[in-house]
Design a protein around this ligand. Structure first.
Ligand SMILES: [Zn+2]
Length: 120
């Protein structure tokens, strides 16, 4: 089945183009049944203007299920105002510390004191 409302976007629905047109991107997971609506311009900020709808997340960010993850784009309508469609907005990056477990390697061997308690 085809989800494309039209072909006037050309080859592919790039987020940059959709964002400039003020379009929305609706994502739904048929695994956990979560759905989100994004502004295409927000997604372009986060993922880049050359990202294509359908390949943004690839799989559900909630349940990590990739089988029936759906991404579609559409124009907002008056119904979005009436029904108060919740838009998940991009609020910037969170910088998180990255930690990894590694074996201890001493920067230099501990110093042996030749004239210690055994000396003299
Ligand atoms: Zn899911």
């Amino acid at each position: 089945m085809s989800n494309s409302p039209s072909t006037h976007w050309g080859a592919q629905p790039f987020l940059g183009k959709l964002g400039n047109a003020g379009m929305l991107v609706y994502c739904k997971c048929y695994g956990c049944r979560k759905s989100r609506t994004y502004l295409a311009s927000d997604l372009a900020k986060c993922f880049g203007a050359n990202r294509v709808v359908g390949e943004i997340f690839g799989r559900c960010p909630y349940c990590d299920f990739g089988g029936n993850w759906s991404e579609r784009y559409r124009y907002p309508s008056h119904d979005d105002v009436i029904n108060r469609t919740v838009i998940r907005r991009f609020k910037g990056w969170k910088h998180t510390a990255i930690w990894a477990d590694e074996e201890y390697s001493a920067p230099e061997p501990p110093e042996e004191k030749p004239s210690g308690m055994w000396g003299g």
